[in-house]
Write a protein that binds this ligand. Structure first.
Ligand code: PAF
Length: 280
């Protein structure tokens, strides 16, 4: 496993691979890798000849009162998992490599960045778009892999790649869940055993809406009310948002259609969790 620490090392690794006729995949992560990340790395390894995983806890996507300092870090285990899933390199730069002293250039995807998670986490998507742009420019990858769990992030990054005409294709992989339905997240480690059980309410709400949609219900108001009723039965969870939106614009829709995004965010204790489904 190659450990790359500088943008120049990542760029050279990528150029060497491409010069040898190998396609390059990038899996951007903040580390604390779990089976959800493993699925991204496996998809990348299946589609690209050379895969790099970035492990960088990006300070600019955390708000002042968020968990940047406590965010789980497990670098050795991350490298071992990356190696097992077929990655060739781990890019783990120090903060000043991504944000050199005096750095003042940011990427802001206007409109989209203020919706869903962007509404409750001001500045979050500006940080995400900025770091992913920097990673894409440095890695010169053919494809970059993201999980559908962060569905609003996916919409922001698709728009950003389109607007900036970046040469990297965004590939989205399905949500990976525990056997009982909890969507995998690096933040699940914050949950106490009781909260871990309470957190299942997110998936119950998502499944309820999926079932109603499959049964023919299309009224957004009815679908959202049904999800609210599921949350009402689990008062330990505090809803942040429950929304039915167009997955491209993140604008609310009045009627659900195939491809609409149903997304929820809720606090369980001090942990904010998200889940979603693309209605089919
Ligand atoms: O999804 C994440 O883990 C992060 O938002 C990302 C895309 C790696 C940017 O820091």
């Amino acid at each position: 496993m190659k450990i790359l620490r500088t943008v120049e090392e990542l760029r050279q690794w990528s150029r060497t691979a491409r010069a040898a006729g190998r396609s390059v995949g990038l899996v951007p992560t903040m580390g604390a890798l779990h089976a959800g990340h493993a699925s991204l790395m496996r998809a990348a390894a299946a589609q690209c000849a050379a895969v790099a995983v970035s492990v960088f806890v990006n300070p600019t996507q955390f708000g002042p009162n968020e968990d940047f300092a406590q965010y789980p870090r497990s670098f050795d285990a991350d490298c071992a998992l990356a190696e097992r899933t077929g990655a060739e390199a781990v890019f783990a730069p120090p903060v000043e490599e991504i944000y050199p002293a005096g750095a003042s250039t940011y990427v802001d995807v206007e409109g989209l960045s203020g919706r869903l998670d962007g509404a409750s986490r001001p500045g979050h998507f500006r940080g995400v778009a900025t770091v992913v742009t920097k990673l894409m420019i440095a890695a010169e990858a053919d494809r970059a892999y993201f999980g559908q769990k962060d569905a609003a992030q996916v919409a922001v990054l698709r728009r950003m790649v389109k607007d900036l005409r970046l040469a990297t294709e965004v590939v989205v992989c399905p949500i990976v869940r525990e056997a009982d339905g909890l969507a995998l997240s690096s933040r699940n480690v914050y949950l106490s055993p009781a909260e871990r059980t309470q957190a299942l309410v997110l998936n119950r709400a998502v499944r309820t809406v999926e079932k109603l949609f499959a049964a023919g219900e299309r009224e957004a108001r009815v679908l959202i009310e049904a999800a609210r009723a599921v949350f009402a039965a689990e008062p330990a969870a505090r809803v942040d948002y429950i929304e039915l939106v167009d997955w491209t614009t993140l604008e609310p829709v009045e009627r659900a259609a195939a491809g609409s995004l149903f997304a929820v965010a809720a606090w369980v204790g001090t942990t904010r969790l998200i889940d979603n489904a693309v209605l089919l």
